[in-house]
Design a protein around this ligand. Structure first.
Ligand code: ZN
Length: 262
């Protein structure tokens, strides 16, 4: 991991092309992946939250969506605002020519917000989309208690597969994914156990470690914990639990603006 030396967007778009897969954190569930000159955004949220929201953003917006010039796809795991924001999606699609990929509810949301349907690809568990030379996408089953159409995303690349959990709870599907696919990097949601411990928005440390074990993930990156003041949770206690449950998994924290290279 290394800190960006220039502005984050300049680093993403203007740094020399190479064959590795670079994964930048945007904070929350947002990530940008680049391999060669192919760039994809997963669950970016690049606008100030609605003032009526009861949750408050902790990490500043790294750049405006309309400034993005490189983008093959913007992907949303589900239609919730912090994973699928119309202004963010439209901004990136219009300024870069990217396509939008998401489940039906997310596509309906962005099309309802004015994005041409021709710029969208609807996915459901089992879908496969060839996004670019460097990135292919598989939509997999999720179990998000707050969004029935949510999907887990597996991005396939020459450097290995990158899994983005969206806001799924821990469920048996992780084991099925781990048996079927190699997972090099698992981006797994993590946060405070609210609104209730029985039905939290995010996984706790133990569930993250269990998911990593089931996925046989080589690298585990907790995400989402740094988005809201109200659900902010220190991810470091995951590491010892992960070490006992999944000793092969390497634990890496990627803050907003930081880079993980594989
Ligand atoms: Zn979320």
């Amino acid at each position: 991991m290394q800190r960006p030396t220039s502005s984050l967007l300049e680093e993403i778009e203007d740094s020399p092309s190479n064959d590795s897969v670079r994964i930048w954190g945007l904070s929350g569930a947002g990530f940008v992946l680049r391999c060669k000159d192919d760039v994809i955004y997963i669950d970016p949220w690049l606008v100030p939250p609605d003032v009526k929201r009861t949750t408050h953003r902790t990490y500043p917006i790294p750049f405006a969506p309309g400034k993005v010039t490189r983008g093959n796809a913007v992907i949303s795991t589900h239609e919730h605002e912090d994973h699928c924001n119309v202004a963010t999606v439209k901004g990136i699609v219009e300024s870069s020519g990217a396509i939008f990929v998401g489940p039906k509810s997310a596509v309906n949301k962005v099309v309802g917000g004015g994005l041409p349907e021709s710029k969208t690809v609807t996915v459901a568990p089992g879908s496969f989309v060839s996004i670019s030379h460097s990135f292919k996408l598989r939509a997999l089953e999720a179990q998000d208690p707050y969004e029935p159409l949510a999907v887990v995303i597996l991005i396939e690349s020459e450097r290995g597969n990158i899994l983005h959990s969206g806001d799924t709870s821990y469920f048996s599907g992780f084991r099925e994914i781990g048996e079927k696919y190699e997972v090099k990097v698992a981006l797994l949601n993590f946060g405070k156990q609210i609104p209730t411990p029985e039905k939290p928005y995010y996984m706790n440390a133990e569930k993250v470690a269990m998911a990593a074990r089931d996925l046989r993930a080589k690298i585990v990156v907790p995400m989402h914990w740094n988005l809201w003041q109200e659900t902010r949770e220190d991810p470091r206690p995951i590491e010892p639990i992960l070490k006992s449950m999944s000793p092969e998994s390497k634990f890496i924290i990627v803050e907003g603006g930081e880079l993980l290279q594989i």
